[in-house]
Design a protein around this ligand. Structure first.
Ligand code: SF4
Length: 353
């Protein structure tokens, strides 16, 4: 099988592009030395699109997303290169005040731990109204706050709005944190494992809520290690390993034909062959050659030196890219693709709830 395209095509038409990340690199200083946590990451998010970053814990998903809007503590973190453009504006060159305004108005974050978003000394309503009054009068803000709590599924929202966070369950706190994030009607919601700390019933409601956002035109950048959540929400998947994106493409395409050996290993966890998706990443990922080569069942001599392989198109599918030497010019990826059928993780049908 020959590769007609040396690299995958653009992910979004320029007119539809909301977020564009190019060659992003972020270092983290530790007592043991400096780690390149994000290593040459590039991707785009279109308007009204849900892009999902998947990979095991420690693969660089969260650091990537926190690098975009300047919320990583510096030090120990340091965004050392690349570019991030949001609706044509460079975020890496924006000053603190510009970033604060963008985060409060146009880009919102939701984190896995709602406790980090909620202040225990203020009621849920106070915290919501504070986020809303930037754009509304006090009475209109309270009414909108109640509606937001209803929208995220808080029962008896008109009375529960005056509760403190400790009076909410973990799932309700997560829903309240999402309500606060939505208060400014953001154009982009960056949600980091938002459904991990909740039970399956609440998870289904949150998935429904997130799906409804994109129907309204909001873009979502979702981080998850849970492929079922990704299957229910994503338009496109980005698979991360060792701080770099090793495979990218439309959801159906990746689920039907996972092409990278790491993606196949990750997906096998959903066919019961391993629990790879819940794993924490290795700390001894090679810094030269392919990051995955120490674990790869298809590694060859050319995987050892130089840079991480570029992203090659899989066959004639311009939107499906894979960072593996077997997909390069004059190579035959047939033996690697033969593993795709066994690795197919879950059907995306029937995951609507
Ligand atoms: S480049 Fe080599 S080590 Fe990396 S995934 Fe491909 S075959 Fe495996």
């Amino acid at each position: 099988m020959s590769t007609r395209h040396p690299s995958p095509g653009p992910e979004q038409a320029e007119s539809n592009r909301l977020l564009s990340v190019n060659d992003l690199r972020t270092d983290i200083r530790t007592d043991q030395g400096t780690i390149r946590a994000v290593d040459g990451v590039s991707f785009e998010v279109g308007r009204g699109e849900t892009v999902c970053l998947v990979g095991e814990s420690g693969s660089g998903k969260s650091v990537t997303c926190r690098s975009l809007t300047g919320i990583l503590p510096e030090p120990p973190a340091d965004v050392v290169g690349g570019s991030v453009e949001f609706d044509g504006q460079s975020l890496l060159e924006a000053d603190d005040e510009q970033l604060r305004r963008i985060r409060g108005d146009r880009i919102a974050h939701v984190f896995q731990s709602p406790q980090s978003a909620l202040d225990p000394v203020y009621t849920i309503g106070d915290q919501l109204v504070e986020a809303i009054t930037i754009h509304n009068t006090a009475s209109a803000a309270r009414e909108r706050a109640i509606n937001l709590l209803r929208r995220v599924g808080i029962p008896r929202a008109d009375s529960r709005i005056d509760d403190y966070p400790h009076e909410f369950s973990g799932g309700m706190c997560q829903r309240a944190a999402i309500a606060i994030a939505l208060a400014s009607d953001p154009e982009l919601l960056i949600a980091d494992e938002p459904t991990t700390a909740v039970d399956v019933t609440v998870q289904a409601r949150l998935i429904e809520l997130l799906r409804g956002l994109t129907d309204d035109g909001t873009s979502v950048l979702l981080i998850t290690h849970d492929l079922r959540v990704a299957a229910a929400l994503a338009d496109r998947l980005l698979v991360m390993y060792g701080g770099t994106i090793v495979e990218r493409g439309p959801l159906e395409e990746l689920f039907d034909r996972p092409a990278h050996p790491y993606t196949q290993a990750l997906f096998e966890s959903y066919t019961g062959c391993s629990s790879r998706g819940d794993r924490t990443a290795r700390r001894d990922v090679p810094t030269a050659g392919c990051r995955f080569r120490a674990e790869c069942r298809h590694a060859v001599d050319t995987c050892v030196g130089g840079e991480q392989p570029p992203s090659y198109a899989v066959g004639d599918r311009e939107t499906h890219g894979v960072s593996c030497v077997h997909y390069g010019p004059d190579r035959d990826p047939t033996p690697v693709l033969a593993d795709a059928a066994a690795a197919r993780p879950v059907s995306t049908e029937g995951d609507d709830d």
